[in-house]
Write a protein that binds this ligand. Structure first.
Ligand SMILES: CC(C)(COP(=O)(O)OP(=O)(O)OC[C@H]1O[C@@H](n2cnc3c(N)ncnc32)[C@H](O)[C@@H]1OP(=O)(O)O)[C@@H](O)C(=O)NCCC(=O)NCCS
Length: 151
């Protein structure tokens, strides 16, 4: 996302699957990370970027999006708890708090009658040591938890 000639936001999507309890595989999308440049936060850009990209994903024919997130932000764009759709989070023991795991249909009814387990795509798993090494190639920055950071 650009404003005033400046790159102020980005988000990425990746293909993911739900392993359905009847032994099938249902393709879905997952999204993240999404980020807005600090000085542009809380002005509606994050929601605009999310809504625009969701609309594009729907136009491309994807049926649903599942990810880990905060309902306070994503709820405004139609996301609800994945448990409401009968979708479980991979590896989370039954009875554990799953309120971080959200879902939204892009095609109405896509998840109707589905129950199963979502897995985070392998592409999201990184070697932390390699990441630290990569980061060392850049000028040192202090790691901070900033206001507005959802995760
Ligand atoms: C999360 C993020 C993308 C939101 O973008 P944004 O442009 O600031 O959000 P918007 O202005 O579009 O917010 C829309 C609504 O969502 C809700 N919301 C936004 N950020 C929120 C937060 N941090 N906590 C709770 N609610 C939030 C608010 O209700 C907001 O409306 P309001 O400002 O009128 O109250 C942005 O704050 C960010 O880049 N955070 C750091 C990275 C991050 O945590 N990304 C998410 C995990 S990958």
């Amino acid at each position: 996302m650009e404003a005033d000639g400046l790159l102020i936001g980005q988000c990425i999507y990746m293909r993911a699957t739900i392993a359905t309890d009847d032994g099938g595989e249902l393709p879905v999308l997952t999204m993240g990370p999404i980020g807005i440049l600090p000085q542009y936060k809380r002005q509606g850009y994050g929601k605009a970027l999310l809504d625009y990209s969701l609309e594009k994903a729907a136009q491309m024919g994807f049926g649903a999006v599942c990810f880990e997130g905060n309902i306070a932000f994503y709820g405004k764009s139609g996301f609800t708890y994945a448990s409401d759709f009968g979708i479980r989070y991979h590896g989370l023991p039954e009875g554990e708090d799953a309120s971080f795991f959200l879902c939204r249909e892009l095609r109405p009814g896509y998840l109707r009658g589905v129950s199963g387990e979502y897995s985070t795509p392998q592409g999201y798993f990184v070697d932390e040591a390699l990441c630290e090494e990569f980061d060392r190639a850049f000028p040192e920055k202090e790691k901070l938890k900033l206001p507005g950071q959802l995760w």
